[in-house]
Design a binder for this molecule. Structure first.
Ligand code: DQA
Length: 142
């Protein structure tokens, strides 16, 4: 089973970035957490991050035919990107949405979620552990 974890803008800055909201774990911590889980559970997991909407669209498109599942934290693009929604609908790869915080408990502009109709499950407000919850969820589907 092949899984691609896709992170949107500013996720590379976690740890430094508004730690009261996103926690103290760094992107490196997240990479190590995911890597350890993948190794332990014999999963093929790759994780990528981009600050660019078009690059995220290309990443989603390019995974077609390679990946069985996507886990995505589109970050701010969750609330704005029809292009990312369309890319996810185009590839039709089962996708789990993850957020470190709970956007629904924050500013009203974060209550808009343009990608949710292309996702099968959502985990929010669990910090970096949310990515592991998404991987565990995929395990229940197999
Ligand atoms: C986020 C929530 C978004 O509203 C925000 O723009 C982010 C991160 C989260 O993981 O909590 O960049 O997706």
């Amino acid at each position: 089973m092949r899984i691609l974890i896709i992170n949107g803008p500013n996720i590379n800055m976690i740890g430094q970035r508004e730690p009261d909201i996103y926690g103290h774990h760094t992107y490196l911590d997240l990479e190590q957490l995911v890597e350890a889980y993948a190794k332990k559970n014999d999963l093929e997991v790759k994780m990528v991050q981009s600050n660019y909407e078009g690059e995220l669209v290309s990443i989603i498109q390019d995974g077609y035919g390679t990946y069985d599942y996507y886990i995505i934290n589109p970050a701010a693009y969750t609330h704005t990107s029809v292009a990312i929604l369309d890319a996810l609908l185009a590839v039709n790869i089962p996708t789990i949405e993850v957020h470190l915080s709970e956007p629904l408990e924050r500013e009203s502009f974060r209550h808009v979620n343009l990608i949710e109709s292309a996702t099968i499950k959502r985990f929010a407000k669990h910090g970096i552990q949310g990515y592991i919850m998404a991987l565990e969820y995929i395990g229940t589907l197999e």
